[in-house]
Design a protein around this ligand. Structure first.
Ligand code: NAD
Ligand code: GLY
Length: 402
């Protein structure tokens, strides 16, 4: 990775970490640091072909962080229009895609109009897809305000909405012009959402960065307790990992699929729960990663100790490693978690969701498995019968750390 001009400039502000995602003409900077929303205009101005932006946020984030962004734009004489949609996964659908498109068109736009996605992964994915579609492609900027969005969804250009047939099945690759990850915005994030985002942080260690996983074993609690330096380091290292993988395979012709570790299993649970908030995306990914590691062990591919190390870490940091954790673990009720029907998940129904996964090719299931902690690989053509048998056993045996 190299630093771009704007990144180098920002680098001089010591508290901001700067990375560049190298994608030729579509390259962009990723800035990570405190108060970036407050001083957003500074980073935006060099990228705006006209001094006008449209901000889209969700109602929760808008109440907390939109005033700072608007104040920054006002001070820099940038005209803006702000719109909000309801918070939550259910907003990532056709209805809100359509209403946003129509509302933005009603404002009168041209191809120089810049959109800003201020919020978590739901807003980033939805607004990115709106941007990719309006006038056949508007530029947009990602201002992620959840840990999950800062370490994953805002980087790499995957945008989209959910379908009745499954998650993220409608969308486009559309890269942002800039990612502005304000680490201070994480201070208002509910603990449960912070933990859910932490699953995607752990994912990078498990894919191919075991040193980062070791770092997380030491500093994970600091990340989750809101320590600014630890959070900034975790976000920056995660983004560096993601940027490296995306730069090598932007459209997921090969290795980018590794970023889906835990997702084929996790998406199936999410679909079964109907995106109703009982199971957050990051929680589903944590469960999915535990399953991917356990399946790898059961196939004789991965040492059991590595799977236990990964699961211990997630469990001890408040992440579920099995659907049963959602309802029965200590403090679950106080944490606002609704019990999931842990042993009621039907392997065949889960398999039918997996069969609709975007990685499926020629009706063959593709999973990200692992040879060891930090050695994930793409397994093509995994026999559904093997997965079915594994699911049957695994679902009835919740993991508990020793
Ligand atoms: P989210 O956008 O729903 O945000 C979670 C909750 O936190 C929401 O209620 C939101 O209002 C609230 N929130 C956001 N920022 C806040 C803040 N700073 N303070 C207080 N509350 C705040 O969910 P998410 O976990 O950010 O993202 C999940 C989505 O991201 C899923 O739809 C998933 O599919 C998608 N995703 C996409 C990619 C990609 O590459 N495009 C990668 C990973 C995940
Ligand atoms: N979150 C998976 C990817 O960006 O490819």
């Amino acid at each position: 990775m190299t630093l771009g001009a704007s990144a180098r400039e920002a680098s001089s502000r010591s508290s901001t970490n700067c990375l560049r995602l190298d994608l030729g003409a579509r390259s962009y900077d990723i800035l990570v640091g405190p108060a970036l929303i407050q001083k957003a205009a500074e980073a935006l101005l060099p990228l705006l072909p006209q001094k006008r932006v449209i901000i889209i946020s969700d109602e929760t984030v808008a109440a907390l962080h939109l005033p700072s962004l608007e104040a920054s734009l006002q001070a820099a004489d940038i005209a803006y229009h702000s719109m909000t949609v309801p918070a939550g996964e259910a907003t990532k659908d056709f209805k809100y895609f359509q209403s946003l498109c129509e509302d933005i068109l009603a404002l009168g736009i041209d191809r120089k109009t810049m959109l800003i996605a201020l919020g978590g992964g739901v807003i980033g994915d939805l607004v990115g897809f709106v941007a990719s579609s309006l006038l056949r492609g508007l530029d947009f900027i990602q201002m992620p305000t959840t840990l999950l969005a800062q370490v994953d969804s805002s980087v790499g250009g995957k945008t989209g909405i959910n379908s009745a047939h499954g998650k993220n099945l409608i969308g486009a690759f559309h890269q942002p012009k800039l990612v502005l990850a304000d680490s201070a915005s994480l201070a208002t994030l509910p603990a449960r959402d912070l933990r859910a985002g932490y699953a995607e942080v752990v994912k990078y260690g498990l894919i191919d960065d075991p040193d980062f996983f070791t770092w997380l074993e030491e500093h994970g609690s600091a990340v989750l307790s809101g320590e600014a330096d630890a959070q900034r380091s975790a976000v920056t290292r995660s983004c560096a990992n993601k940027a490296r993988i995306v730069a090598a395979d932007e459209k997921e012709a090969g290795q980018r699929a590794l970023l889906n570790l835990g997702h084929t299993f996790g998406h199936a649970f999410e679909a079964e729960c109907g995106y109703d908030g009982r199971l957050l995306h990051g929680e589903a990914v944590a469960i999915g990663m535990a399953m991917a590691m356990d399946f790898s062990v059961s196939e004789g591919l991965c040492p059991q100790d590595d799977a236990l190390r990964a699961k211990n870490h997630m469990y001890q940091h408040g992440l579920p490693t099995h659907p049963a954790d959602m309802g029965t673990r200590r403090g679950a009720v106080q944490m606002g978690l609704a019990p999931l029907p842990d042993t009621c998940f039907d392997p065949d129904r889960l398999l039918s969701h997996m069969a609709k996964d975007k990685k499926v090719q020629d009706k063959k299931l593709v999973f990200i498995l692992t040879k060891a902690l930090g050695q994930a690989f793409i397994a093509r053509d995994v026999a559904p019968g093997k997965i079915r048998l594994f699911l049957q056993n695994w679902l009835s045996e919740p993991y508990r750390p020793s």
